[in-house]
Design a binder for this molecule. Sequence first.
Ligand code: RUB
Length: 319
Amino acid sequence: MSEAFHPELEATAERIASMEIRGAATIAGAAAEALATQARASDAADPAGFRREHRRAGRRLYDTRPTAVSLPNALRYVLDRMDGDSVAELRASVVEAAEAFQTRLDRAQTDLGEIGANRLRDGDTVMTHCHSTDALACVEAAVEQGKELSAVVKETRPRNQGHITAEQLRAAGVDVTLIVDSAARRYLDEVDHVLVGADSIAADGSVVNKIGTSGLAVNARERGVPIVVAAQTIKLHPETLTGQTVEIEMRAETEVVDDETRAEIGGVAVENPAFDVTPPRYVDAIVTESGQFPPETIVTLMRELFGESAARPWADSEE
Ligand code: RUB
């Protein structure tokens, strides 16, 4: 099997691309675990073969979805720790790093949940967009502190991730109202916070999240409702330190209209960007496991965590 992808790694890559596995933190955990699976099963003949195999496996995972930086940050975490003089040592280092990554991921979410919960008062209502495990962690921690909360949940077309949020908030004991996306402004007067997650945060504090986040933030600012982004530090995009922009994923038009509807409408273009960019001036706070930050200061934390450079330890496409 040397240098072939393990079927489970291939399956994880396909499930990330099809969004069966979705959400930035969940994608990151799945990618790290897939590398560990590849390592456990590797029959590489020598250390060089093992390294090549895992750099290529990293590339396979990297190529699945372009916007959530938690994916390359997970690959960086594991592959940067691939170390040893024998295949056995290399294998152990990859498995250990993947396990440590998952532990850090879980701990970071718990810690940021506690910090985000401090912003929420008993009786508050939050408005959510999409489904973010980091954002949910804040609400769940507040509920555990004994606060009673309500939520206005945007359905989040075209994939309706708001349905997952609605179900999970209801299960946590939150009073949930589901609305269509275009009703958001009407309900902003009734909410105390807009609480969303992030797929990537750029060095200037711009927040890349599910399409519709930026419009919601602009409307919330106009209504005087604070906009809080819950995002653990693996959402910080180190390549933006050197001026790179975050690629916005364009998805299939079939997510927007089915073939029959499309035939009825006739020859129109359909565009389906999955994410948008909210400028820092529309964000009140970014809540991470290391504390909460005004977006304009996030660059300091990014430099501390990643330095000035972001290596790409996965294989180049021509390798
Ligand atoms: C998911 C999305 C979520 C972030 C944060 O988009 O935009 O808000 O990924 O999620 P998609 P989390 O459904 O296209 O993956 O806080 O769980 O990392």
